[in-house]
Write a protein that binds this ligand. Sequence first.
Ligand code: PMP
Length: 456
Amino acid sequence: MPDTTLPNSWDARAKQNSFFGFTDLPSINERGTVILTHGEGPYVVDTEGRRYLDGNSGLWNMIAGFDHPALIKAAQDQYARFPGYHAFFGRMSDQAVMLSEKLVEVSPFADGKVFYTNSGSEANDTMVKMLWFLHAAEGRPNARKIITRGNAYHGVTAVSASMTGKPYNSVFGLPLPGFLRLTCPHYWREGREGESAADFLARLVAELEEMIAREGADTIAGFFAEPVQGAGGVIPPVDGYFDAILPVLRKHGIPVIADEVITGFGRTGSVWGCESYGFLPDAIISSKALTAGFFPMGAVILGPELSDRLQRATDAIEEFPHGFTASGHPVGCAIALASIDLVLNGGLMENVQRLIPRFEAGMAKLADQDHIGEWRGRGLMGALEAVRDKATKKPFEGHLSVSERIANTCTDHGLICRPLGQSIVLCPPFIMTDAQMDEMFDKLSAALAQVFAEVA
Ligand code: PMP
């Protein structure tokens, strides 16, 4: 007989029957888990009644905070009207049709088509399958290789994890063959001794040219890039990056896909990250802020050329054999329509633009101390990189787990922020007030002072 007695603390119960991903086990064994019951604006509240200002908007997604009435109402109304449907066999909900129209309207494309998934990972997988499918239909069955960059994060499914430029995926025997990696365009870390930013950029362009020549342009299916790398440590590319590499990709007819799972819907100060960086991709991958985190949903938004090519490829065999049970879920679509309305017409985009100078000033002030090597970011996403030595950029010794200690100290003081490598990442909700932003920086500043005093 299994022992059915439940342990009596939330922490013990969570550990007994729930499996945590992306979680450092020694750390939760020592400190315990945090089990949350609800949210209030940009704060979340745990089972002990402790409140935390969530400086990461959950996982970059809860742009409207944790209790926004317009999103709750959109969900409730839609649950009452039509609580679930798919998008197979020529049937889909009216909400899905309206959301596709809206997404094309707010996209940087003159026209396009939308395909729905449940997550960002699935949207990237879907895009790769679309590219494989249309290249094969156009007589290039060998055009299957996918180019991404070091430190990229595109998801966790077998394909999107293969696109992700993080070494931890080797525990799964990934990447799969045919996933190619360029140098991460982070000048501060990847630039060589004495190399100017312009020389670094020229090296990246040459690397891409060499890769295409070596692999053969006709073996490459597409290039994927986050306008600002998010989970790689909030890395905006070196100045002029997209202007320099896009012509190379265009010259070889390689489709350019912008993974805007984090940057989409206002995070960088424009609706799309590609707008902030002045380039037009062939397709956009969206998720997270698409539903303000109130529903699991992703979308592939194809620009006009890929839409036409995919349509022709599909016409040839009469079907695109792909889709998820909950693709285009009507409740997710209704929430997305409400969320897009909040961003564009409900004041969220204005608040982002209003907050950006305060955010940049707060980051710059924290960066002006010995153990912060660099602050970097764009819009309302930023990272502070902790270093042992500012002049040489020498990192803290790994065993000190400095960024984890900073994040844990923040948690103790009621602020959630995220350690990524040696960096601390902030990605606040768009609804923050000035006072809440000041609270975020005050708490982080106190945590930095405490931890740097301990490890100095
Ligand atoms: N692409 C990017 C740029 C992301 O940041 C993420 C998630 N952090 C994903 C894809 C994967 O999205 P999901 O976790 O919804 O599968």
